[in-house]
Write a protein that binds this ligand. Structure first.
Ligand SMILES: C[S@@+](CC[C@H](N)C(=O)[O-])C[C@H]1O[C@@H](n2cnc3c(N)ncnc32)[C@H](O)[C@@H]1O
Length: 197
C-alpha cells in the first residue's frame, strides 16, 4: 500500500521528527468554536497525534475520544490529559478497526491532517468508518490539506476529492478555503463542514 506503515509513523515519534505538528490547535477550529459552528458534544478525533485539537476541545467542555495507533502520540497526549485533569479517552488503535461499540456514538468528528496521512486507497474506508461512528445528523468539521504535490504523506486533497468521497453519505454544508490557517498551511487547506445524511 502506498504511504506509511504504522512502524513508519512510530519512527517519527521516536525520532521526534513531527513536521506536521503545528504545536497548537489549528486556528480555524478556534473560529468554528467562536462562531458556534461546533459546540460541546461527543467528539471523535482520529489520527490525533500529540492532540492539540483534543486538548483544546476538552478544555472547552467537549467529551472527546482520541484515536492514534502510534504509541508515541498516545503517551504524549495521555500525559497532557492527566496533567490538565481532563476527562478524555485516548485509544491506541487503528482507526479503521474501531469496534461496533463506537457505531452511531458521536455527534462530531474533527479531521486534522489525518485524511492526507492515510493511503489514498484507504479514503473510501475512511468515509465508511466515519459514517459508521457518527450519529445521523452528526458532523465532520475538517481541515483537508491541499498540498498541490505528488506523492505523500501528506497526500494532496483537492476540493473535487472531498466532493467525490463524501457526497454519497454526507451533505456538504460548507467547503471553502480556510481563512485563518496556520502560516505553514496558508492557502492550502479546505475547511469542510459535512453532515451525515
Ligand atoms: C500527519 S499526523 C497528524 C497528527 C495530528 N492530527 C496533527 O495534525 O498534529 C497523522 C497521525 O495519524 C496516525 N495514524 C495514521 N494512520 C492511522 C490509523 N490507521 N489509525 C490510527 N492512527 C493513524 C499517525 O500515527 C499520526 O499520529
Amino acid at each position: 500500500m502506498e504511504g506509511y506503515s504504522q512502524e513508519d509513523w512510530q519512527r517519527h515519534y521516536d525520532e521526534d521528527d513531527l513536521g506536521w505538528d503545528l504545536g497548537q490547535v489549528a486556528p480555524p477550529f478556534v473560529s468554528l468554536l467562536e462562531s458556534n459552528t461546533i459546540f460541546p458534544c461527543k467528539t471523535l478525533v482520529p489520527g490525533c497525534g500529540r492532540g492539540h485539537e483534543v486538548i483544546f476541545l476538552a478544555e472547552n467542555g467537549f467529551d472527546v475520544t482520541a484515536v492514534d495507533y502510534s504509541i508515541g502520540a498516545v503517551n504524549h497526549l495521555n500525559s497532557a490529559v492527566s496533567e490538565r485533569q481532563l476527562n478524555t479517552r485516548v485509544l491506541n488503535l487503528d482507526f479503521f478497526e474501531l469496534d461496533s461499540t463506537h457505531n452511531g456514538l458521536y455527534d462530531l468528528l474533527i479531521e486534522q491532517t489525518f485524511f492526507c496521512a492515510i493511503s489514498p486507497s484507504q479514503r473510501s474506508l475512511y468515509v465508511e468508518t466515519v459514517a459508521r461512528a457518527l450519529k445521523k445528523g452528526g458532523m465532520i468539521a475538517g481541515l483537508f490539506y491541499h498540498t498541490g504535490q505528488e506523492g505523500g504523506p501528506p497526500f494532496n486533497t483537492t476540493r473535487e476529492d472531498i466532493i467525490e468521497h463524501f457526497s454519497g453519505s454526507f451533505e456538504i454544508r460548507e467547503l471553502a478555503q480556510a481563512e485563518n490557517s496556520a502560516e505553514q498551511r496558508k492557502d492550502k487547506e479546505w475547511l469542510a463542514i459535512l453532515v451525515k445524511k
